[in-house]
Design a protein around this ligand. Structure first.
Ligand code: SF4
Ligand code: FES
Length: 272
C-alpha cells in the first residue's frame, strides 16, 4: 500500500520498470517495481521515494535518481519516462509529472538521460557537468559587481526583453540533449547565448561568447543539430527551436568578423 493521502480518487496499480546500474562500468538492466494502491495525485518522484523506502526497509539498494527543488525550477531531475525525457507531459519537468498521467495497470519504463556527453553515474543519475563547462566557456557577462545601474536606465524594447526572458527560462536540465538523435546541445547553447545577445548588456562580449560556447560544445562531444526539433518538444520550459536559428546567425556573424580581423592582422591591413 503506497497511497498516503485519503482521496476519493480511484487508486491505481502501476509497475515501474527502472534502469538499474551500480556504476559507470557495471552492466545495467531493467528491474520491475510493482506498486499497488497508488494515489494518482502522487508525483512521480514521490512514488520513487516510496519504492526506495520499501527497498531500504528490505536492506536493498535504493534507486539513485537526481532531484532538488521538485518545482520545475532547478533542472536537476532527469528521468526518461516511457522513452520521453521528463515524461508524457508538455512543458513540465520530471518532478512535475504526476501518476494521473498514467493508466491503471501501466508498466512505466524509467531510464536515465542517455547521451555520450552525459556519462552515467548510477541508475538514473548522469553527470551533466558538460553543461557547466559550456557555461564557464562564455555564458556570462563580465561586469563589476556592486555597481548595478538603476532599472530602466538602459532602455530595452519590450519584444527583445520578452525574448531574452524566454531564453533565460532554460533550467539546464539536458532533456534537449537526451531527446536528440544526435545528442545535440544546440537548444541549451542557443538559450544561454540568446538571453544575453538580445540585451544591450550582452553586446560587448557577444562574439567572444558565442564562439567560445559553440567551440566548447563541439569539444565535449555533443552532436550537430539536424532540425528534428525533438529538443523543443521535450523542453520543460518550452524553449523554442527558433533560438537555434538565432544562435546560428550569431555564430556565423562572429566567425566572419573573427576571420576578417585575423586576415587584416596577418596582412597588416585594416582601417587606416
Ligand atoms: S533548453 Fe530546455 S530542455 Fe534544454 S536544458 Fe534548457 S530547459 Fe532543459
Ligand atoms: S527537481 Fe528541480 S526541476 Fe525537477
Amino acid at each position: 500500500m503506497v497511497a498516503t493521502a485519503t482521496s476519493a480518487k480511484k487508486l491505481i496499480a502501476v509497475t515501474l520498470r527502472v534502469w538499474r546500474q551500480a556504476g559507470p562500468a557495471a552492466p545495467g538492466k531493467f528491474v520491475d517495481y510493482p506498486a499497488q494502491d497508488v494515489n494518482p495525485d502522487m508525483s512521480f518522484l514521490e512514488l520513487l521515494d516510496v519504492i526506495n523506502d520499501g527497498l531500504e526497509a528490505r536492506g536493498e539498494e535504493p534507486i539513485a535518481f537526481a532531484h532538488d527543488c521538485r518545482e520545475g525550477i532547478c533542472g536537476t531531475c532527469s528521468a526518461t519516462i516511457n522513452g520521453k525525457p521528463h515524461g508524457p507531459g508538455r512543458g513540465i519537468a520530471t518532478c512535475q509529472t504526476y501518476l494521473r498521467s498514467f493508466a491503471d495497470g501501466d508498466i512505466i519504463i524509467v531510464e536515465p538521460f542517455r547521451a555520450k556527453a552525459f556519462p552515467l553515474i548510477k541508475d538514473l543519475v548522469t553527470d551533466r557537468g558538460a553543461f557547466d563547462q559550456i557555461q564557464q566557456a562564455g555564458g556570462f557577462i563580465s561586469v563589476r559587481t556592486g555597481a548595478a545601474p538603476d532599472a530602466n536606465s538602459i532602455p530595452v524594447p519590450k519584444a527583445d526583453a520578452d525574448l531574452a526572458m524566454d531564453a533565460a527560462a532554460c533550467i539546464g536540465c539536458g532533456a534537449c540533449v537526451a531527446a536528440c538523435k544526435n545528442a545535440s546541445a544546440m537548444l541549451f547553447v542557443a538559450a544561454k547565448v540568446s538571453q544575453y545577445s538580445l540585451l544591450p548588456q550582452g553586446q560587448p562580449e557577444r562574439d567572444r561568447r558565442v564562439l567560445a560556447m559553440v567551440a566548447k560544445m563541439d569539444e565535449l562531444g555533443f552532436g550537430n543539430c539536424t532540425n528534428q526539433y525533438e529538443c523543443s518538444a521535450v523542453c520543460p520550459k518550452n524553449i523554442t527551436h527558433d533560438f537555434i536559428a538565432r544562435l546560428n546567425r550569431d555564430y556565423v556573424a562572429a566567425l566572419f568578423k573573427s576571420r576578417f580581423q585575423q586576415a587584416s592582422t596577418s596582412t597588416g591591413g585594416g582601417a587606416g
